[in-house]
Design a binder for this molecule. Structure first.
Ligand code: PLP
Length: 393
């Protein structure tokens, strides 16, 4: 705060904001931001620019004058395109009335939380999980029950019995991310089906974050909760254009919900921001329609980068990790280095590389670091050499 302004007593701000937990990932990024020549791999962003055909569609839409307010749930053409996309890629019939366009995956998540939970509602979160999702729960003032996944040296698995046992009569919803950021773990169909059936019987909502659903190394898409849900099940699926088509700065995402959610989400969107920008949504239409080739190019690069890291990590006796099945993160730990924040700082100071500390993804991530490899092969190779030299045996 500038000296010229009097300090404002924190009690003027809301207690929820005052008590919000720190975000160790954001702190490392701030720590690294003031250092020279940092290779920044702490955030989930790609080196690729958004492809021209997407940008061109938006320029055209702007020039056509689509610069006014639009419908709160998105323009009908994009909602229809989303419905067609689920049919074409996933083989699913999901009507337009269940497709809600949002100004990012983050907004999609916050909209469904707003629609569902009130203060002190019990929410189950499967961890490790992206910190922002945990913070969204904090902001919604839920009681969070953390269900940590099991892990052995970077190999993550979900004990479904443990998850079901954690549910009580008061559980309002289960939040799960598959494919996972940070671990790249993918939930398999038998588990999805069993969890969907369980939640249906118990009247518990599921929010499934499927933002990495297309960034997979085998097959075309990761199994989705939508494959096992009816039009009326208590299920929200959160998705985004950010990762699949290198559109992080566009702030465009979507939500698939049950039919009954339509009016609630519409009203939340109306009062939050009056809906996503219409011209931006034309970029979304272009991505869904013509973006498969671009996605393949990205996945090919990520596969090469994953291999480079796998080979490099194998050279060190200290690195414990398993190659991810999806996403573009390598989640690893270093033997003898239990303090991931301290190690992340050392990597900034001694290697000029910023990585996300694992504790940001929940307690079970402590000791891990997340390396985002959605960047050029040269950057990955240089960052790898530099961090290996810091931890050499
Ligand atoms: C699991 C997960 N969900 C949601 C998001 C947010 O996506 P968006 O950029 O659309 O807000 C991210 C971004 O990193 C993410 O990792």
């Amino acid at each position: 705060m500038s000296d010229r302004h009097p300090k404002t007593d924190p009690s003027h701000f809301s207690p929820v904001m005052r008590d919000l937990s720190v975000n160790p990932g954001a702190e490392i990024m701030r720590y690294a931001a003031v250092k020279p020549d940092i290779i920044s791999l702490a955030q989930g962003d790609s080196d690729f620019g958004t492809p021209d055909f997407i940008c061109d569609a938006v320029t055209k839409a702007m020039k056509q004058g689509l610069t006014h307010y639009g419908p709160p749930l998105g323009i009908p053409e994009l909602r229809q395109e989303l419905s067609d996309y689920y049919k074409r890629i996933y083989g699913l019939d999901i009507g337009v009335e269940r497709m809600f366009v949002t100004g990012s995956g983050s907004k999609a998540m916050n909209f469904c939380l707003k629609a569902l939970v009130e203060k002190d509602d019990e929410v189950i979160a499967v961890t490790p999980i992206w910190k922002n999702l945990l913070s969204s729960l904090e902001l919604a003032q839920c009681r969070i029950t953390d269900v940590p996944m099991d892990q052995e040296n970077g190999d993550w698995s979900l004990d479904l019995d443990k998850l079901m046992d954690a549910c009580t009569a008061k559980t309002k919803l289960i939040l799960i991310t598959s494919p996972s950021n940070p671990s790249g773990w993918i939930m398999q169909r038998d588990q999805i089906k069993a969890l969907m059936n369980f939640a249906r019987e118990r009247g518990i909502w599921i929010i499934s974050d499927e933002v990495y659903s297309r960034t997979v190394y085998e097959g075309r898409y990761a199994p989705s909760f939508l494959e096992f849900a009816t039009d009326d099940d208590l299920l929200f699926v959160v998705n985004s254009f950010s990762k699949t088509w290198a559109m992080t700065g566009w702030r465009l995402g979507w939500l698939v919900g049950p039919r009954a959610a339509h009016d609630y989400i519409r009203d939340i969107a109306l009062y939050d921001y009056m809906g996503p920008p219409p011209f931006i949504q034309h970029g979304g239409i272009a991505a869904l329609r013509d973006g498969e080739g671009f996605l393949k190019t990205q996945i090919d690069l990520w596969k090469r980068n994953r291999q480079t890291l796998q080979d490099g990590f194998a050279q060190s006796n200290r690195i414990l990790s398993t190659p991810p099945e999806s996403s573009f993160y390598y989640f690893f730990k270093v033997d003898g280095e239990p303090d991931d924040i301290a190690l992340a700082r050392r990597f900034v100071d001694e290697a000029g590389v910023s990585l996300a500390p694992g504790c940001a993804f929940g307690k079970v991530g402590t000791g891990y670091l997340r390396f985002c490899y959605a960047v050029s092969e040269e950057k990955v190779a240089t960052a790898l050499d530099r961090i290996l030299s810091v931890i050499k045996d």
